[in-house]
Design a protein around this ligand. Structure first.
Ligand SMILES: Cc1cc2nc3c(=O)[nH]c(=O)nc-3n(C[C@H](O)[C@H](O)[C@H](O)COP(=O)(O)OP(=O)(O)OC[C@H]3O[C@@H](n4cnc5c(N)ncnc54)[C@H](O)[C@@H]3O)c2cc1C
Length: 822
């Protein structure tokens, strides 16, 4: 090997950053830190560089990933390898041979074309081609049964070992010290901050660690109570006998319907699999001596998938196999990796759990983490892979074991809109769950919560039938939507995260963090954002003042860990404030619609009139024999109340509302209806329509800012500067002219024949009768404003076809909010 274990005498006792793990990812983090001028970096590897998962990666570098930003990170790798060779004289073996993505059924064809549209958005070269053309590019393909394909000439293949060794050399050239055969025994922390690591060779004091230990990451992190929910899974490829005359530059062929990819590898074909029903490995711990692991072959498991591949590429029927390779790779519950600083652990960074795209992603992920450490913030919106999306319960071994058996296959399975996980379900249930089951709810999972997405009518099974078109639940959800607009509906919104903030400095702290004014009377609900010092939106929430010294912050289930972490970081050491996650203490029942007032009045002595109970207030009311906190607020754009019910009273209160609701035609409604209703009101959703990257002004939310409140708020100065200079991108509401096509997100937005942005979330609006989306549009030649928006002619690209659209900065439904204030 080019890099031998370093002798012990120069082993450091101090470093600024210790990177743990010498695979594709760890070396990339070290290299990018040195590139940023941080050369006091030590990388520790328990065995040899590349000896974990990296050495046996198939070397595919595909740029198109699930989202725009992840695709941009993957794209970076292809650029990085060219530079590296020049810099180090070592080749990463990277060749831009291109790739072909096949579709052999109509659903996949739609998916491939939608993917091609996103590729265009990312600036990738992409051609939508016929099966015949695909067979010209990859002559071993039998094109019969192929409907079409996307061809991405910029994709490539590389040598993971060579590339990692080249990156390691570049890191060393930048000043990093690399030590092999040096196992990190533990990360040392003091008062919530990293202070060093203990290793087999001694301790190193440091300010930052980066856990890049691949499938070992969960166990190492758990020692410090850091959650990295990944689990090893067996992952297979086979390599054929040599094929005479094979062209080494054939593109990579991906046939997801056959769960297969095929590439040329040193005169042979390598055939890899992302099969359903994968095999979790080493559930009870990875063997201590694991190094350059090869797991046992399993032809029985693989044969059905190999047979399918051989039908598509018939040469595989006639040729023998030289190698059956089975190696472990780590997968996560949502098939996305984990990046960033662990919540509650200053200086503990993570880059792990790469779900079989770790070689392709290592360049971008390494750069992102290095930038994150040096700049103290993520370089772009990385919420899709942010470590803070995970919750502590997710590192449960049994949960992960079952889930990762599904995760691996999902890479190539259909990525249907609204697709739900099938494994590890039923974990977090509202106390009303069984009642909603009895109502024929179809559940989806978010943050482990089982949430009613839609309700099937009597006699219909509450089961999804997926497609890219109108799915089976479309008409039922439409009725739920209409019931909310015209009458009254009940939503179980218990998965909301609830954070209690209390102490005599609660107002002062929240006021500094929030854009809106928190110095309000108890009983007021305030809609606000939390911004960073660049004005980017870190959180989007409602805050209710319960008492002088007590507030409850309500956020979405997925953001609770992140929002708690953000808030905790902003609390000055001398402030008298504590925060606690009280999510489990209350059930949330949304009673929404024009008849909600009548309904609630029929079971309560409280006065729900506009005068007594105005919009944006909360108070304790009786419901039957119980007391609840009723909050007059809405995410659907109608008159309505959210009832915050102590958990043990939930079943009783629900029964009371539902019984009384019979007289008002109360309907149960789910999250798909909620989404359709909120889109028509242009209510943003953090993580889609806003992020730390887009500013409050760009998100169109400057109305929440109390610019002149005493003490200001984080981000105020940056936002005022932006206000003066003008902004160049802005969130707009997009309504398609044609009622037929459906939008999801990441669709390109065209203005006068040029791509100017992309949709960030979308749903069919049943009142508007068309697909409605939110999306950012960009103007480079001047500040963006209403006039500019109006002057353009817009189209949205759906599966490579363009459809006319109308864009506006205001909601298509009730823009003056008359209904919610009725
Ligand atoms: C069969 C197969 C095919 C694949 N094909 C592709 C592909 O085509 N394209 C692609 O992008 N990806 C592919 N992958 C995935 C890719 O190999 C991984 O995602 C990637 O290598 C992960 O890199 P890493 O640096 O995170 O992990 P690793 O390479 O596993 O590195 C982690 C390192 O940490 C070390 N370590 C662990 N604990 C400690 C400790 N306590 N102290 C010090 N060191 C420690 C380990 O020894 C190990 O070397 C494939 C994987 C498999 C199994």
């Amino acid at each position: 090997m080019a890099d031998q274990p370093s002798p012990a005498p120069d082993f450091p006792t101090q470093a600024r950053v210790v990177v743990i793990g010498g695979g594709a990812v760890g070396t990339s983090v070290a290299y990018h830190l040195t590139k940023r001028g941080w050369n006091d970096v030590v990388l520790l590897e328990r065995k040899q560089l590349t000896s974990g998962t990296t050495w046996h990666a198939a070397g595919l570098v595909g740029q198109l990933r699930a989202t725009y930003n992840l695709s941009m990170l993957a794209k970076y790798a292809t650029e990085m390898y060219a530079d590296l060779e020049q810099m180090t004289g070592m080749s990463a073996g990277f060749r831009r041979v291109g790739s072909i993505l096949l579709a052999t059924n109509e659903g996949r064809w739609e998916e491939v074309k939608r993917g091609a549209s996103m590729a265009r958005l990312c600036g990738f070269e992409v051609d939508v081609i016929s099966g015949k053309r695909a067979a010209e590019l990859f002559p071993y393909l039998d094109p019969s049964g192929v409907i079409g394909a996307a061809y991405l000439p910029g994709d490539g293949v590389g040598s993971p070992t060579d590339a990692t060794m080249a990156v390691a050399r570049a890191a060393r050239m930048g000043g990093a010290k690399i030590f092999e055969y040096t196992k990190v025994l533990g990360v040392n922390e003091k008062d919530g901050s990293v202070v060093g690591v203990s290793t087999e060779r001694g301790d190193i004091a440091c300010d930052y660690v980066v856990n890049c230990t691949g499938m070992w990451a969960r166990e190492l992190a758990a020692q410090n109570d850091v959650t990295i929910p990944n689990h090893a899974t067996e992952h297979f490829y086979v390599i054929t006998e040599p094929i005479e005359g094979i062209d080494p530059n054939l593109p990579v062929l991906r046939s997801p319907d056959d769960t297969t990819y095929i590439r040329v590898d040193a005169g042979k074909l390598m055939v890899g699999f992302f099969e359903p029903g994968a095999k979790p490995w080493a559930t009870h711990g990875i063997p201590e001596d694991a190094e350059f692991l090869k797991l046992a072959a399993d032809w029985e498991h693989l044969t059905p998938f190999l047979d399918r591949a051989a039908k598509r590429v018939p040469i595989l029927q006639d040729i023998g196999y030289q190698l059956h390779f089975n190696g472990p790779e780590s997968f996560t519950p949502d098939v996305r990796y984990a990046l960033g600083e662990a919540p509650g652990h200053r200086g503990y960074f993570v880059a792990a759990g790469f779900n079989s795209v770790g070689f392709a992603s290592s360049g971008g992920a390494g750069k992102a983490v290095a930038d994150w450490i040096v700049d103290g913030r993520a370089p772009m919106d990385l919420w899709d892979v942010d470590i803070r999306r995970f919750m502590p319960w997710q590192r449960n071994r049994r949960y992960l074991h079952d889930r990762v058996s599904e995760s691996l296959g999902l890479l190539y399975d259909m990525h249907w809109p609204f697709r739900q996980f099938e494994t590890s379900r039923g974990l977090r249930r509202s106390p009303l769950h069984d009642r909603l089951v009895a109502r024929n709810a179809a559940f989806g999972e978010v943050a482990g919560w089982e949430r009613a997405n839609w309700y099937a009518p009597e006699g219909v099974e509450p089961r999804y039938e997926y497609s890219y078109g109108r799915q089976n639940w479309f008409p039922y959800s439409a009725e739920e939507h209409r019931a909310t607009r015209e009458n009254v509906a009940i939503f179980d919104q218990t998965s909301f995260g609830k954070i209690l903030v209390q102490g005599r400095d609660a107002e002062r702290v929240l006021n500094r963090v929030s854009t809106a004014d928190m110095a309000v009377e108890p009983g007021r609900i305030v809609y606000t954002q939390w911004c960073n010092d660049r004005g980017g939106v870190e959180a989007d929430l409602t805050v209710t003042r319960l008492a002088e010294d007590r507030y409850v912050v309500v956020t979405t289930g997925t953001q609770t860990v992140r929002d708690m972490d953000w808030l905790q970081r902003q609390i000055p050491a001398d402030a008298h404030v504590t925060i606690a996650d009280v999510t489990s203490g209350e059930v949330v029942l949304g009673v929404m619609g024009p008849r909600s007032r009548e309904l609630l009045s029929s079971i309560s002595d409280a006065d729900f009139s506009n005068e007594a109970f105005p919009f944006g207030t909360a108070r304790q009311v009786d419901i039957g024999m119980a007391f609840v906190r009723a909050a007059r607020i809405t995410y659907v754009g109608e008159l309505g109340w959210e009832l915050y019910v102590p958990t043990e009273f939930a079943a009783y209160v629900y029964d009371e509302v539902v019984k009384a609701g019979e007289a008002f035609g109360l309907r149960h409604a789910g999250y798909h209806a909620l989404n359709s209703l909120r889109m028509e009101k242009a209510y943003r959703h953090w993580g889609h329509d806003m992020s730390d990257e887009e500013s409050l002004l760009e998100a169109g939310l400057s109305f929440t800012a109390a610019w002149d409140k005493p003490g200001g708020f984080i981000g105020r100065e940056a936002l005022l500067k932006q206000k003066e200079a003008g902004i160049h991108q802005r969130l707009a509401v997009v309504v398609l002219d044609d009622p037929e096509p459906l939008l999801y997100h990441n669709e390109p937005i065209w203005r006068d024949g040029k791509i100017v942005g992309r949709t960030t979330s979308a749903m069919f609006g049943h009142t508007v009768g068309r697909a409605v989306a939110l999306g950012y549009v960009r103007r480079d030649d001047g500040p963006i404003n209403g006039e500019w928006l109006k002057a353009g002619k817009y189209e949205v690209e759906v599966a490579t076809e363009r459809f006319g659209a109308t864009l506006s900065f205001s909601a298509p439904y009730d823009p003056k909010n008359t209904r919610i204030r009725a």
